[in-house]
Ligand binder design. Structure first.
Ligand code: GTP
Ligand code: MG
Length: 200
């Protein structure tokens, strides 16, 4: 589904999920291509940006990596309000983190932008022997709730670029007329940016 002309868009994206699910690790992998075994727990939130190329367009993601600790819960609306996309992250080795992810989905469905593109990331897919959340269970949940599921690994890099690329493809800029008001998708002048492309 190609668009005409040269489209350069910004899209606010928020990551939500339980403590230790791997939000920061996914962002670090996507933005810097790195992984650390002892990633520090996020305080408040952290901001990153990264650009992906989709067909003849680029999407510059403005990424808010939120803190999973419960004491920061009340800050979350600041980050998901106006967001064009969200990645809700759970850890496939931790059933509780999957339950927490469902709570985030409910909160976004109630409070978030109704046209938000939502991805469910079942992270730590490299830890196959410790799996506690079956793919089928998560897939079924995702389908019933209007998200798409990808099992990711920040450690091995599996599906990390792909999940952002898939979100970029699903953003409503592909149908400019259908782009609803209130969504943070702005044209920006063409500029030279480092562009990560993948998954052709
Ligand atoms: P908060 O900031 O506290 O909300 O946590 P977070 O969701 O940002 O988790 P973080 O990225 O800090 O990761 C927590 C721990 O899990 C770190 O020690 C990471 O190294 C580890 N981790 C993250 N992703 C993966 C993964 O894909 N595979 C494995 N094996 N470990 C991972
Ligand atoms: Mg973090």
């Amino acid at each position: 589904m190609a668009t005409s002309g040269n489209k350069n868009m910004n899209a606010k994206l928020v990551l939500l999920g339980d403590v230790g699910a791997g939000k920061s690790s996914l962002v670090l992998r996507f933005v810097k291509g790195q992984f650390v075994e002892f990633q520090e727990s996020t305080i408040g939130a952290a901001f990153f940006s990264q650009t992906v190329a989709v067909n003849d367009a680029t999407v510059k993601f403005e990424i808010w990596d939120t803190a999973g600790q419960e004491r920061y819960h009340s800050l979350a609306p600041m980050y998901y309000r106006g967001a064009a996309a969200a990645i809700i992250v759970y850890d496939i080795t931790n059933q509780e983190s999957f339950q927490r992810a469902k709570k985030w989905v409910q909160e976004l469905q109630a409070q978030g932008n109704s046209n938000m593109v939502m991805a469910l990331a079942g992270n730590k897919s490299d830890l196959v022997d410790a799996r506690k959340v079956e793919t089928e269970e998560a897939q079924k949940y995702a389908e019933q709730n209007g998200l798409f599921l990808m099992e990711t690994s920040a450690k091995s890099a599996t599906n990390v670029n792909s999940i952002f690329y898939e979100i970029a493809k699903r953003l409503p800029r592909m149908q400019p007329a259908a782009n609803p008001a209130g969504m943070v998708l702005m044209d920006r002048p063409a500029e030279r940016t480092a562009t990560a492309s993948c998954c052709s």
